[in-house]
Ligand binder design. Structure first.
Ligand code: SF4
Length: 291
């Protein structure tokens, strides 16, 4: 049986950097509270919590005094920084540089275009989207899928952004729908500014992922239900290998019947899936096959 891990899978640089920041604090014995999940992978977050990182919810921030917070890779809105810096607390910021750049861009666009409809294509309530919304005093509109555009009342000045880990193809579809709708309502009298803000670490995985899927009898996709890029990259694998692509969050999810009458297995994952977890999955598969 051939069992291989996708060489392009594993942490992106933003996730790597956030985890390194947490590990440095832990190694230096600095007590800190991570606001929410550091990255969207419970297994990796749990590993860091076992080493001493303390996860809290946003609602707990004001109870912490004379201590330190870590801002997760997805970033936070400005109000979180304000709350966290009170009570003599220090902030260590592990926001991914790509997300910081997007936050700044949205903030500038909002200041310069107060009348425009700023639309963010992403998942409402996702930490990154909350952070982006915060740059506009929550005045931007979050759209979760292209169908939602039909019900929106649009002005003749629209500025589009996407969450960094949204589905690339659905975003392109949404851009076309918005443009068609504006043309229908305003003829030529509209402004549409499109910002291609899906992270290259996600977008650039797509061609290689399709190629990877084509090489194996089945694909095991390791991720977490909370990961947006996990969801979109899994959909790409599923489209390449319908009925033969399986989503798991841990080795315990592997089902023996998936492994019957096949000769090869490809293991891949999201940009927040740790390599050690994919190795564990590989070892579990080997064990099941050899039993
Ligand atoms: S996917 Fe991109 S934006 Fe998200 S953490 Fe990784 S590098 Fe940053």
């Amino acid at each position: 049986m051939l069992i291989e891990i996708d060489k392009y899978a594993g942490f992106c640089f933003g996730v790597t950097q956030a985890i390194q920041k947490a590990e440095t604090l832990l190694n230096n014995k600095i007590k800190f509270y991570c606001i929410g999940e550091i990255v969207h992978n419970k297994k990796e977050a749990q590993r860091l919590e076992n080493l001493g990182m303390i996860k809290i919810e946003k609602s707990d921030i004001e109870e912490i005094k004379n201590s330190a917070f870590l801002i997760r890779a997805h970033g936070e809105p400005p109000e979180t920084y304000l709350k966290a810096s009170k009570n003599n607390n220090k902030i260590y910021d592990a926001t991914c540089p790509v997300v910081i750049k997007l936050q700044q861009k949205i903030k500038n666009v909002f200041i310069q275009n107060p009348e425009a409809n700023i639309i963010i294509f992403g998942k409402a309530g996702h930490p990154e989207v909350n952070g982006l919304m915060g740059q506009t005093n929550n005045k931007a509109i979050v759209v979760g899928n292209s169908r939602e555009i039909e019900d929106l009342k649009l002005s003749n000045n629209v500025i589009l952004f996407s969450q960094t880990t949204s589905d690339y193809f659905e975003y392109q579809n949404l851009i076309t729908l918005v443009e068609n709708k504006l043309k229908e309502i305003y003829g030529k009298d509209y402004i549409l500014q499109v910002n291609q803000t899906i992270c290259p670490s996600v977008k650039n995985r797509i061609p290689g992922l399709k190629d990877f899927c084509s090489k194996y009898d089945i694909i095991i996709f390791v991720s977490d239900y909370s990961s947006s890029n996990g969801k979109s990259l899994f959909e790409i694998c599923k489209a390449e290998k319908p009925g033969k692509t399986f989503f798991i969050t841990s080795p315990n999810d592997i089902q023996k019947e998936w492994l019957k009458n096949i000769k090869s297995i490809g293991i891949t994952g999201a940009t927040s899936t740790p390599l050690w977890l994919m190795e564990e999955v590989k070892n579990s598969i080997k064990k099941i096959v050899n039993d």
